[in-house]
Structures are given as structure tokens and as C-alpha cells.
Design a protein around this ligand. Structure first.
Ligand code: GCU
Length: 337
């Protein structure tokens, strides 16, 4: 695996040094997309639709290659490769993006969206989101679409029924300062690490548990080593399809539109697959892996971490407008109830 990754990277690096902008073989420009999930994950299926859409329309010029399972490196590494143009696209959670572009820190704020409906309304408002996506151009990349990554919840080797159960537990978080403070505010001890390291860390007792959507239990097999999954619903954190900015800017207006349409289509496919896959994951986790799903008093968890909103807004001015926008949508949804 490591050898293969190194070989692919070397090929990518050579291609870049030869052409200065991605690789061209047999007359076609190869477009590389990196992501962290398996080939059955909704994001991979969405990306296959992206590939097909682009190649059907521009196949004489472009070939899209998808690299799953972090084979080009962990999310952090793959974002760097996208920034420099060694690869063209990466799918990364906003927690991984926030160290490159401050505005994405907003999604690490616990209990930001009042409901899944509010979350989707915000994310599907492409006029608003486009401004957010373009605001990170200085980082050398731009988001072209988002993918639903569900709701994040705690899971561990022993049951978490109340916030007190988190006390003293070592919980893996993504490599984001905001996620670290979130988990520490819950009273646990945050252990930041890459996604690919979590299984072994739980298995070997380096950590007591982690926090993620249900697919982590099945697609990433964490349900083999952590048998209690608690619906405390602290975050809805999207994954983003991120493009190297120079690549986007090098496209003709017609080509750019095709890539944007392909991205929108990939989201549609991913979202449909997502809902199905969560149902399946719960069934497999319960029946085949013996995972217990626990409903908890969400308000008790919320209370613990709400002061973080104020703190994050004070510390990071870049998230203030977006936060206000989300609160407006939260309020509108309340009015419609
Ligand atoms: C989810 C999410 C990924 C993220 C991962 C993690 O799988 O889709 O983008 O990297 O969680 O917790 O690291």
C-alpha cells in the first residue's frame, strides 16, 4: 500500500515537473482526485458520476482518475498536493480545510445547525455558498461542491449516555484546533489524528473512542472495536470537493461549466446514496457487528459546549458573517414550525 502510494505520488510529481500543470499522457490531461473513503462509499459513487460526466463531454482532452482510501496520503497531505497542483482535486472534510482557510472553522462549531433541514438549506443555497467557496482563493484552492457527511456522534468501547460519561475518556478528533476545543469542552481528552489511524488506536487502547457518522462503523470497520454509538449529534460537517485554483482558472468558460455541472451531479448522486447507506450501515453495525445505538438527552450535551459559540466568534472574525447567515436560517425554520 505504502509502496503503491509512493509510486503514484512520484508519478504525479514527475508529471507536474515535466508539464508544470498536472500530467499529460497519450495526449490527454490526467485529472487526479484524492479521497479518504472506500470504493463503496457514497462519495466515491458521486465521483464516478463526475468522471463519467466530464469524460462524456471532454473525453478527448481529459481523463479523470480517482484515488480512494487515502492512497495519495491523508486528507492534510492531499490538500497540500491540491494546493501545489501536484493533484487537481481532493475531497476533504471542513475540519481538515480550516487550517488552510479560516472560514471553514465554522462547521466545527458544535450544535451550529438546529436540524438537518437547516443544514441542507444552507448548503444547497449555491449563491451564498459560492461566495464562501471563492473567499479562500488566496489559499490556492476553491471548493466546487459539497457532500453530505451526516451527523457526527460519539462512539466508544464503553457506553456514553450522559456528558459525564465522557469525563477522562480519550477521544480521537480530526486534526483541527476547533475540534480539539470542542471535545475538551465536553470534558473528554481530545486526541487529534488522521482518519486512517483511528481503528488501530481504538483497538490498541490508545484512545477510548472517536466521533463520526455511522459509516465509520462499517466502511472503516470501527464497529469491530467500538461497540457503543451515542446519538448526541454534536456536528454536521460537510465534505468538500476542492479544486486547485490554477486548474480551474486554466479552463475555458465552457469547460469550467462542464466541471461545475459534473460537480453538482456528483453531489446529487452522493446525497441519494448517503441516505441509503446510513440505513444499511445501522443494520450491519447492529446485526453483524453487535454495535448498540444509544439515544441520549441531546440538550444535556448541548449545554456543555454552547459557550464555545461566543469564544469561536471572538477568536475568528472570518466566520462571523456566515454564522449570522446560519442563525437567520435557524430562525426562519423555527418560524415555519
Ligand atoms: C468522515 C468524513 C471525512 C473525515 C473523517 C474523519 O469520514 O467524511 O471527511 O476526514 O470523517 O473523521 O477524519
Amino acid at each position: 500500500m505504502i509502496k503503491k502510494a509512493a509510486a503514484v505520488l512520484m508519478a504525479a510529481a514527475m508529471a507536474v515537473s515535466l508539464t508544470g500543470c498536472g500530467s499529460i499522457t497519450s495526449g490527454k490531461r490526467i485529472i487526479r482526485i484524492s479521497h479518504a473513503q472506500s470504493e463503496t462509499h457514497p462519495e466515491h459513487l458521486g465521483l464516478l458520476a463526475f468522471k463519467e460526466y466530464v469524460e462524456e463531454r471532454l473525453g478527448d482532452k481529459y481523463e479523470v482518475q480517482i484515488f480512494p482510501n487515502e492512497i495519495l496520503g491523508s486528507a492534510q497531505k492531499a490538500i497540500e498536493l491540491t494546493q501545489t497542483g501536484a493533484i487537481d482535486f481532493v475531497v476533504a472534510g471542513t475540519a481538515n480545510l480550516e487550517t488552510f482557510a479560516d472560514v471553514y472553522e465554522i462547521f466545527s462549531m458544535p450544535y451550529l445547525f438546529d436540524s438537518e433541514d437547516v443544514y441542507k438549506t444552507v448548503m444547497e443555497d449555491s449563491d451564498y455558498m459560492e461566495q464562501v467557496y471563492e473567499s479562500t482563493d488566496e489559499a490556492g484552492f476553491r471548493v466546487v461542491t459539497w457532500y453530505n457527511a451526516g451527523t457526527r456522534n460519539f462512539y466508544a468501547k464503553t457506553p456514553i449516555r450522559t456528558p459525564e460519561d465522557l469525563k477522562g475518556k480519550k477521544i480521537r478528533v480530526q486534526q483541527s484546533p476547533a475540534s480539539v476545543s470542542m471535545v475538551n469542552s465536553f470534558g473528554a481528552a481530545a486526541a487529534p489524528m488522521g482518519f486512517g489511524e483511528v481503528y488501530t488506536a481504538i483497538q490498541q487502547g490508545v484512545i477510548d473512542g472517536a466521533e463520526n457518522n455511522e459509516l465509520a462503523l462499517t466502511n472503516n470497520k470501527h464497529g469491530e472495536v467500538a461497540k457503543y454509538y451515542s446519538y448526541n449529534k454534536h456536528q454536521m460537517v460537510p465534505d468538500m470537493l476542492v479544486a486547485n485554483l490554477k486548474f480551474l482558472e486554466g479552463l475555458s468558460p465552457e469547460e469550467y461549466q462542464i466541471f461545475k455541472d459534473a460537480a453538482a451531479l456528483s453531489t446529487e448522486v452522493e446525497m441519494k446514496e448517503w441516505d441509503k447507506s446510513i440505513e444499511e450501515a445501522k443494520k450491519i453495525a447492529t446485526e453483524d457487528m453487535g454495535v448498540e445505538f444509544i439515544d441520549v438527552d441531546v440538550d444535556a450535551f448541548k449545554e456543555k459546549v454552547l459557550p464555545l459559540h461566543e469564544k469561536m466568534l471572538n477568536d475568528n472574525p472570518k466566520i462571523r458573517n456566515f454564522y449570522k447567515h446560519i442563525q437567520t436560517v435557524n430562525e426562519q425554520a423555527k418560524g415555519e414550525e
